[in-house]
Design a protein around this ligand. Structure first.
Ligand SMILES: NC(=O)c1ccc[n+]([C@@H]2O[C@H](COP(=O)([O-])OP(=O)(O)OC[C@H]3O[C@@H](n4cnc5c(N)ncnc54)[C@H](OP(=O)(O)O)[C@@H]3O)[C@@H](O)[C@H]2O)c1
Length: 312
């Protein structure tokens, strides 16, 4: 496993991060989830991403059971605030941030998180209020660094400017969706971040499993897959036969390099130094071992061009 520095922070994170949306504290049995976390550490993954809102707080509770068995300085723990909690709390007001960080730390059984991220931009709260509250969280020792997620380039630039003007904590990371099937961050988010010492940690780099090539055009989805469980919603944009047929054309490119289609897709995301880590979800330990194999793969220009031509 290779490690990269996270923005202008002293955190070194594995190129593959373990995410916990839908899976841990959610769809998986506890023993299955524990096996995935063990597999992540075995593979050298030191970076774990969660959010207060995942499975209504149960993802953090699950991590709070398993992570304290390990040395606290052996992993980098990131969580998020914004989404609506079961009691109706939501958003990035000062009151919410100060309340939600304590809720997250209680569920995680942790004294601090390494990275506290705004899960989205809150248009109902002045940005100064949000950044000042996050700064107070850092000063209280409850988070080491702050980051943002799903903010556009202008919102990131505004946050950087305000932090400079008021001496607020620096934003060190941005968490957008980014994959071969979703390249929009290249236009605004990535340049705005790179100019300001902010790394990307990217979500759904496998387009929720589609970029592993396991879904075949014209065929029913296997019952154990996310597409079978949730393919009618958010994921449906990637499940059309045209997209699935194109993804199949990555298979020979990957095979020629001794990689799986999923590893090739993750290596493509990691080809860009502005990306510090690719956050993968996994429902089985074998998936984590496979995904970790994408770290350290160098794709030459001809391969990158061939990949991009398939999905253009
Ligand atoms: N900030 C945000 O708004 C936001 C939004 C979404 C996610 N995230 C973060 O990003 C993380 C990753 O998102 P994601 O779960 O959508 O990522 P993903 O890595 O694109 O998809 C993960 C899913 O793909 C399948 N999969 C993974 N590796 C596989 C392999 N080697 N072979 C076959 N199937 C494989 C598994 O589903 P099945 O086995 O069930 O098919 C797995 O749960 C989340 O856990 C969360 O931490 C953040």
């Amino acid at each position: 496993m290779n490690y990269r520095r996270l923005g202008d922070s002293d955190l070194r994170v594995s190129e593959i991060c373990l995410g916990s949306w839908l899976t841990y504290g959610g769809a998986l049995e506890k023993s299955e989830a524990e096996a995935c976390v063990d597999a992540a550490f075995d593979a050298g993954i030191n970076f774990i991403d969660t959010a207060n809102v995942y499975s209504g707080g149960r993802a953090e509770e699950f991590l709070g059971e398993v992570l304290p068995r390990r040395r606290r300085d052996s992993y980098v723990l990131a969580t998020k605030v914004f989404g609506e909690m079961p009691d109706g709390d939501r958003g990035l007001s000062r009151a919410q941030i100060l309340k939600q960080i304590d809720g997250s730390l209680t569920r995680l059984r942790a004294e601090y998180v390494d990275l506290y991220q705004c899960h989205a931009y809150d248009r109902d709260v002045p940005l100064e209020e949000t950044l000042e509250a996050l700064t107070d969280v850092v000063r209280a020792g409850k988070a080491r660094y702050i980051g943002v997620s799903n903010w556009n380039g202008k919102q990131i630039r505004d946050g950087v400017r305000l932090a400079r003007e008021h001496g607020f904590a620096k934003i060190v990371s941005s968490q957008p969706e980014y994959s071969l099937l979703h390249r929009r961050p290249e236009r605004g988010i990535m340049p705005a971040s790179a100019a300001n010492g902010i790394s990307q940690i990217v979500w759904s780099p496998l387009a929720q499993g589609v970029l592993t090539g396991k879904y075949m055009p014209g065929q029913a989805f296997e019952a154990t897959t996310r597409a079978a469980a949730r393919g009618d919603g958010f994921m449906s944009r990637y499940l059309g036969d045209d997209v699935l047929a194109r993804v199949q054309r990555l298979r020979p490119i990957a095979g020629g390099l001794g990689l799986t289609t999923g590893q090739l897709s993750l290596a493509w995301v990691l080809r860009d130094e502005r990306v510090a880590s690719a956050i993968v979800g996994a429902s089985r330990p074998e998936q984590i071992a496979e995904n970790a194999g994408a770290s350290g793969v160098d794709l030459d220009d001809a391969t990158v061009n061939a990949i991009e031509a398939v999905l253009a």
